[in-house]
Design a protein around this ligand. Structure first.
Ligand code: IYR
Length: 219
């Protein structure tokens, strides 16, 4: 058993502006994030996507196992295959799988089985959770870890002025097949990344946040 060893925590982040200003600035960026379904095909450089993944990859994870893979798709033919398969699943979802309450909840979003954004957005970032390490070892708190990484990815994209969508065509097993991923990688989230179209519209409903005193309890 290796003994734990420690070093002084020297590399601390200190905000360059007063705390309230730093937080208000960050919050203003975060609160203006929208789930975007109308993208332009304007290119986003690979180096930008690498920065997003680097930011996501700073997330904490169970025992620092980093149980994630970000498969970043720019190839038009691969995007087309993903769209075809996703739309097939979505037709099932809207036509059969979703119950009435679910469909009622989705109605204000105006979503349907057609997923044009999957071939228009310059990048589709498919996030996989690793059900075991690449070395076959155990992983811990898988969903928590990958969820945190995805949150950081979305925040970084927002700071970069990029539009994203957290897309979950369900079931997502086809993503592993289309992308030829190994068995220990399970699809978690599909994030189209790009710029919102000039004529992009977003639902007017379903954005307002519940008041802080409903979601925050101080004891
Ligand atoms: N995955 C489907 C349905 C859908 C489900 C939820 I919950 C949403 O918040 C949005 C959509 C689709 O993408 O259309």
């Amino acid at each position: 058993m290796t003994e734990a060893r420690f070093v002084p925590f020297a590399d601390r982040y200190e905000p360059p502006v007063p705390t309230d200003v730093a937080l208000a600035t960050f919050h203003d960026a975060l609160r203006r994030r929208r789930s975007v379904r109308m993208f332009t095909d304007a290119p986003v450089p690979r180096s930008t996507i690498e920065w997003l993944v680097r930011c996501a990859h700073t997330a904490p994870s169970g025992a620092n196992k980093q149980p994630w893979r970000f498969v970043c798709v720019q190839d038009a033919a691969v995007k087309a295959r993903i769209r075809t398969a996703a739309e097939a699943e979505e037709r099932e979802f809207y036509g059969r799988r979703a119950n009435d309450e679910w469909l009622r909840d989705l109605a204000p979003l105006g979503t349907d089985p057609q997923k044009e954004f999957l071939t228009v957005a310059p990048w589709l970032v498919v996030v996989f959770q690793l059900t075991q390490g690449d070395d076959g070892g155990q992983v811990y708190y898988l969903k928590e870890s990958v969820g945190l990484a995805c949150g950081m990815f979305l925040a970084a994209a927002q700071l970069a002025g990029l539009a994203t969508l957290t897309h979950t065509p369900s079931p997502m097993a086809f993503l592993g097949e289309v992308l030829g991923r190994p068995k220990h990688e399970r699809p978690f989230l599909l994030i189209p990344v790009g710029y919102a179209a000039a004529d992009c519209v977003v639902p007017c409903k379903a954005i307002e946040r519940r008041p802080l005193d409903e979601v925050m309890v101080v004891v």
